[in-house]
Design a protein. Sequence first.
Length: 241
Amino acid sequence: MKEKDSADIQERQNEQNDQIKEMGSVALDHSKSRHKIQLLTIIGEIEGHDAVSGNTKATKYEHILPKLAEIEDNDEIDGVLILLNTMGGDVEAGLAIAEMIASLSKPTVSLVLGGCHSIGGPLAVSADYSFIVPSGTMIIHPVRSSGMFIGVIQSYRNMERTQDRITRFLAEHSKVTQERIEELMLDATQLVKDVGTMLDGEEAVKEGLIDEVGGISSAMKKLYEMIRIHKREEEKTTTEY
C-alpha cells in the first residue's frame, strides 16, 4: 500500500514538474486554508503569432488562454495567483491574456517581480488586486512598431488606436486616469533612448497603477481573504434563491 502511495505521489510530482516546464502553471492545493489556488507565471517575452528566438524566455499566449478557460470551468479552483516578470512583447497577445484574466469569475491577485514592462502593465492590473515588490519596476511607453511601417496617416491612426486600447484598459483596471497614463507614456526626461516612464514599486502604487507594495506572503494572504469573501457571497446568493 505504501509503495502504491509513494508511486502516486511521485507521478503527481512529475506531472506538476511537466506542467511548470511547459505551461508555467501549477495547482497549489496543500494550503492550510484548504483553498485550491492556481499559480500562473508570465515570464520573459509575451509571444504572439510569431515565435520568439529559441534562446529567449517566453510566455506563449496559446498556452495561457486555454489554461485560463480551464480555470474558469473548474469548480475545484478557488482563486488564481499570477506572478509577473516580463519585458513585454506582442501587444495583441498581451491584451488577449489581460482581458481573459479580467473576465474570470474567480478571485485573482497579481504580483510583479523584477520588471513588468510595456504590455506587461495591462497584465499586472488585470487581476482583481495587484502587488509589486519594492524593487520591482514598471515601464510605460508608447506603442512601438516592429517590421515594416508604412508612413501614411492610416498607419499612424492605427498605432494611436492600439495605444488608446492599452491606456484605456490600464485606466479601467487601476486607480490612475487615462490622461495621466498618457503623460507618463510621453515623458521625454526619464528614459535615455526612448520616451516613457519607469516606476519602482512605491511609485507604481503612488500613481495608482498597482494596489499595494508587498511580496508573496502578502499576495497569498490577500487572495485567501478574497476567496473567503467570494464563497460567502456565493452561499448567500444560493440561500436567497
